[in-house]
Design a protein around this ligand. Sequence first.
Ligand code: 5GP
Length: 144
Amino acid sequence: MSLDGRYDADNIFAKIIRGEIPSVKVFEDDKVLAFMDVFPQSRGHALVISKTSQARNILEIEPQALAEVAVAAQKLAKAVVAALKPDGVVVTQFNGAPAGQTVFHLHVHVIPRYEGAELGRHGAGGMADVEELKALAEKISAAL
Ligand code: 5GP
């Protein structure tokens, strides 16, 4: 999907928000949800989404919802760093398929980086073990 097009209310993150498919949550409130990426590019890779906005990307999102997502991304990044002690952390997001976006509900990636550990390929990694993701999410949420 390019930058043109419409929001698909049945995209995978919309289903996660509605509880129609499971996710391993780190924290949520009525505005935002942080959860573990199921195809992680590194140990502790997590995502933040708005629960109120139907924006596909940063060009569409309402400023207030963007601010909520940004604050949540910082909160998540701090907790990931405190819990997992990576050597660095990538905070990023993609807009449009040619830019690497694969799920068309705006989201921010928080990807811890460890010295000497190669980054998994974006959107091409294997599925994580759910029990491992739950253990990581518990550790991260304990550091909030
Ligand atoms: P994008 O490529 O759109 O920037 O990022 C989408 C992210 O969502 C990818 O990192 C991908 O691994 C992750 N993802 C795709 N499907 C699911 C899913 O069903 N559950 C979770 N938790 N993450 C997903």
